[in-house]
Design a protein around this ligand. Structure first.
Ligand SMILES: [Fe+2]
Length: 309
C-alpha cells in the first residue's frame, strides 16, 4: 500500500548550478557535500529532491513511502525487489528497490523520519461580485521570491512503451490510470497516462506518476505543490526576473484540473509548481481520450512547443 511519493533522485553534472536554480525555485538544502545535495520542501519530509554528482545528467529514480514495514517484505518476496536495506538519507528508514521497464529505480521506503511542518503563505480572502468576505483590511501580501513548496506531488517520465510501463506500475505498485490518451483514431494505441495511487476509499491526487511514450526515456518533469495559483503567479514572475527558461504556464490542465507552471532546470529536467489538483478514489475508475481531442491548457490556445523538447 503506497502512502505517497517521497522523493526523486537525479544524477547531475553541475551540482552548484543546480543548487542555485533549486534555491530560486523554493527548495531548501538539508545536506550538501561535493557528492550529493539533498533538499526539502515545507511539508515535513526531510528530503524530496536528491541530486548526486555524476558525469552525465539524468534520472536515477524515485521513492514511494509505503504504509507498513510488511510492504517491504512483500515487495522482496512477491515483486522481485532487492533485499531490505538501510536508507542512506537524512530521513533514515529502510528501502527496497524495483527496476521499472525503462531502468528507473523505484524505491519503496518505510520508517522515515519527519520534521515539523513549515508555514505556507496566509490564505487569501477573496472578494467576488456576489460574495464579500474581506472587510476593512488589505489583501494578504505575498513575498516576491522563491516559492513556498509544500511537497513533491508527482513525476512525469518518458517511457519506451506505454503499454509495458502502465502494466508494470499497475501490477507492481497498484497504480490506477485516471486519464489515458491514445494516438488519434487508434483507441488501442495508448501513449500517455496519468496514474494515481490506489488507497481504496481514500481520495488521492489525480496522478502521482505520468507516463509518456517517448524513446528518450528519463524524466519529463517533477512537480511540487504550492498553496494556490497566486503563489504560482508570483513564483513565475520571480523566476522570469531571474531569467530562467519558462516552458509552459501558468495554465490549467483539463484532466487533474491542477494549475501548472513548468520551468527548465540547468540539468535539462523540468520543474513544475502545481495547485488545486483533482482527487479520486479507487472506484472513480479510468477515463480514456483520443489525444487529438485534448486541449492541454484551459487558459490558452498556445501549443506547448517547449514542453516535450
Ligand atoms: Fe505535472
Amino acid at each position: 500500500m503506497l502512502k505517497r511519493l517521497h522523493h526523486v533522485r537525479f544524477k547531475v553534472k553541475d551540482l552548484a548550478q543546480l543548487k542555485e536554480f533549486a534555491l530560486d525555485f523554493g527548495l531548501i538544502p538539508v545536506e550538501e557535500t561535493s557528492e550529493r545535495l539533498v533538499m526539502r520542501a515545507l511539508g515535513g519530509d526531510t528530503g524530496v529532491y536528491i541530486a548526486e554528482q555524476a558525469e552525465q545528467d539524468g534520472l536515477v529514480g524515485f521513492a514511494f513511502e509505503v504504509e507498513n514495514r510488511d510492504d517491504l517484505d512483500f515487495a522482496v518476496n512477491e515483486l522481485g525487489a532487492t533485499a531490505v536495506a538501510e536508507l542512506d538519507l537524512p530521513c533514515g528508514g529502510h528501502y527496497v528497490t524495483l527496476i521499472d521497464p525503462d531502468g528507473n529505480q523505484v524505491d519503496l521506503i518505510h520508517g522515515v523520519a519527519r520534521i515539523p511542518e513549515g508555514e505556507l503563505e496566509a490564505e487569501l480572502l477573496i472578494n467576488t461580485p456576489a460574495n464579500k468576505v474581506r472587510f476593512g483590511k488589505n489583501q494578504t501580501t505575498r513575498n516576491f521570491g522563491p516559492a513556498r513548496l509544500w511537497r513533491i506531488g508527482h513525476i512525469g517520465i518518458f517511457v519506451k512503451s506505454y503499454a509495458a510501463s502502465s502494466a508494470w506500475y499497475s501490477e507492481k505498485l497498484g497504480l490506477i490510470g485516471s486519464d489515458v490518451y491514445n494516438i488519434p483514431g487508434q483507441p488501442q494505441a495508448k501513449i500517455v497516462g496519468f496514474h494515481r495511487m490506489n488507497r481504496g476509499n481514500e481520495y488521492v491526487d489525480h496522478h502521482v506518476v505520468a507516463l509518456m511514450q517517448d524513446e528518450r526515456g528519463g524524466c519529463h518533469h517533477i512537480s511540487f505543490e504550492v498553496l494556490d495559483y497566486e503563489a504560482q503567479l508570483v513564483t513565475h514572475s520571480y523566476l522570469q526576473a531571474k531569467e530562467y527558461e519558462s516552458i509552459w504556464g501558468v495554465g490549467r490542465h483539463p484532466h487533474g484540473s491542477h494549475v501548472f507552471d513548468v520551468w527548465r532546470s540547468p540539468d535539462g529536467a523540468r520543474f513544475e509548481t502545481f495547485s488545486d489538483t483533482d482527487l479520486f478514489r479507487e472506484e472513480d475508475g479510468t477515463n480514456y481520450h483520443d489525444i487529438s481531442t485534448v486541449v492541454m491548457d484551459k487558459w490558452s490556445t498556445e501549443p506547448p512547443d517547449k514542453y516535450f523538447i
